[in-house]
Design a binder for this molecule. Structure first.
Ligand code: HXC
Length: 516
């Protein structure tokens, strides 16, 4: 071949490989509401920035008629491009090629991509759209999964890893996304379960649809596996881009800053009106969050899971922060097993990636109940204590109203290493609420009283006057200051600025033993 012919051959070969499984299968992909692997990357990365790696990869399978079978790029597109001007490694499974099934070479491509992301300290995005282990490749396929899992763990804590579930991802395959930091899933399209409805029917007799079992809502609301629900591939990619904007590229960088850096000194009188006069009345904690962050721009994580706790990313004075809050509108904000897991994992993520923690407290306590005890609320609740205590990023705690008992401590009280604890004048910091405390402390006095009801009421008032305020905590330096709600944003901005250079060293060890 002449040089010209060789170049022409290369062009043709690339054009053929880029077609993946061919027109018919691409059409089927579109008809089922999905973009192709390459279209997804095209939307995720900035134009012209994507450099594909391993386009010419070929499987080595011979069994079950695999010999000589043409599987372009072996069913996964891998490479590196930019999002918001920052490098991102991507692996995007191509369902049009053998159903995106994972064989030896397919897995190796993903592994090599992960290896390079690790070396360069660059985040990874993996699109999952696959029929699972390539049946014809047997143990080589399984081994491929094991190699991916191993690397997911190796990268964990070094670079952010984001999984997008934009097709099937069932059986053991679901464990790769589970090992990454965030899962974004397309509603009605993504399927995520260990055993599908048919197997479940055979084994347990339960009848359930695909979507009810492994759809995006089920795997967020019921199991807490999914972090973000998207309405389409495009939407999933938008969420991914936004999420990346809050994160540094790796654990030794700080998150990028967006905005002009001007501290907002203006008061917000609206905040003074949020806490109801009655302690029994609920309010929406998101009204507080949205008022103290830049542009009211809050990326909530796991919106439908454990709604009694709110977590998510925002910026305060241009800097990324992780927000953690109790939600009085759901179970009065009490912390249960799911809320514990939700908060603890988020705190650990933020700590890894140098994202300061801002905690809003209005918590009546840990959730009582036999199921909570049998389910291990002790073990799960301890995760929050562990995660906050272990976190060395700046930690700012704002007590809005109730802060009772162990839950007061768990929501990043001063002695868990909070750098700042500030309270609104509406704060009530005590071992328990007046209704619970009075019958214990004043039992005999109430019994002896002429009018026990009136006595109980008077003791409740007395307890509230004495304990249900922030000033006892402030007197012990457990609360740094009591501020008017309207000054919260300014307080937060200045506190974060003052903590920019915070460094906290801990004893060297392999890792602590978080109660899992
Ligand atoms: C090889 C596969 C495949 C697989 C799909 N294909 N899954 N090839 N291994 N695991 C191929 C099909 O043969 C077909 O090839 C093409 O992909 C598209 O598949 P369809 O069935 O036509 O698509 P659809 O109707 O959309 O159904 C998608 C599906 C179904 C639900 C994913 O294909 C399916 O049930 N596949 C098998 C799933 C499975 O049991 N996987 C193994 C799980 S165990 P052609 O050439 O016709 O286009 C596992 C263990 C992992 O993954 C363990 C890790 C620890």
């Amino acid at each position: 071949m002449t040089t010209k012919e060789k170049i022409e051959h290369l062009r043709k070969e690339k054009a053929r490989l880029i077609q993946g499984g061919g027109e018919k299968r691409i059409q089927k992909q579109h008809e089922s509401g999905k973009l192709t692997a390459r279209e997804r990357i095209g939307l995720l990365c900035e134009p012209e920035t994507f450099q594909e790696l391993f386009l010419f990869a070929k499987h080595r399978g011979t069994a079950f008629g695999m010999a000589g079978q043409d599987l372009p790029a072996d069913g996964v597109v891998t490479g590196v491009g930019t999002v918001n001007g920052r490098q991102i490694y991507v692996a995007s499974q191509d369902f049009t090629v053998s159903g995106g099934s994972v064989g030896e070479v397919h897995a190796n491509k993903i592994c090599q991509t992960l290896d390079m992301a690790l070396k360069s300290g660059v985040p990874v995005v993996i699109f999952n759209d696959s029929g699972g282990a390539r049946i014809q490749e047997g143990i080589d396929a399984l081994n491929g999964y094991a190699k991916i899992f191993y690397r997911n763990v190796l990268l964990s804590g070094v670079v952010p890893q984001i999984s997008i579930i934009s097709g099937p991802c069932a059986g053991g395959a679901a464990y790769s996304p589970a090992l990454t930091d965030f899962i974004i899933m397309v509603r009605g399209i993504g399927k995520l379960f260990i055993t599908g409805p048919q197997v479940i029917k055979q084994v347990t007799g339960e009848v359930i649809s695909d979507e009810e079992l492994g759809g995006a809502m089920a795997q967020q609301k019921e199991s807490g596996v999914v972090h973000f629900i998207a309405e389409s591939d495009q939407h999933a990619i938008e969420i991914c881009q936004k999420l990346l904007s809050f994160l540094p590229s790796n654990n030794i960088e700080d998150p990028p800053e967006y905005g002009d850096g001007e501290i907002v000194f203006a008061e917000d009188p609206g905040l003074d009106k949020i806490i109801p006069d009655s302690p029994r009345e609920a309010y929406d904690i998101k009204d507080v969050i949205l008022r103290v962050i830049d542009n009211g721009d809050f990326l909530e994580v796991q919106e439908h899971f454990a709604t009694n706790a709110i977590i998510g990313f925002a910026r305060v004075n241009t800097r990324s922060v992780g927000i953690i809050a109790n939600q009085p509108m759901s179970f009065a904000g009490a912390i249960d097993i799911d809320a514990s897991d939700k908060i603890a994992r988020f705190v650990r993520f933020c700590n890894i990636f140098n994202i300061p923690l801002v905690t809003f407290v209005d918590v009546p306590g840990f959730m009582p109940g036999v199921q909570q005890e049998y389910g291990g609320i002790i073990r799960h609740g301890a995760k929050i204590l562990f995660a906050y205590s272990a976190a060395t990023v700046p930690k700012i705690t704002i007590i809005l109203r109730k802060a009772y008992g162990g839950a007061y401590i768990a929501m990043c009280g001063k002695e868990l290493g909070a750098d700042r604890v500030v309270a609104w004048p509406t704060a009530e910091v005590a071992v328990m609420g007046a209704e619970g405390a009075v019958p214990i402390v004043y039992r005999d006095d109430i019994k002896k009283a002429e009018d026990p009801q009136a006595a109980r009421k008077a003791f409740i008032q007395q307890y509230q006057d004495q304990f249900a305020n922030p000033y006892l905590g402030a007197a012990r330096n457990l609360i740094d200051d009591v501020i008017e709600p309207r000054h919260t944003r300014r307080y937060l901005s200045l506190a974060l600025e003052s903590l920019r250079t915070k460094r906290e060293l801990r004893p060297q060890k392999k890792h602590g033993n978080i109660p899992l």
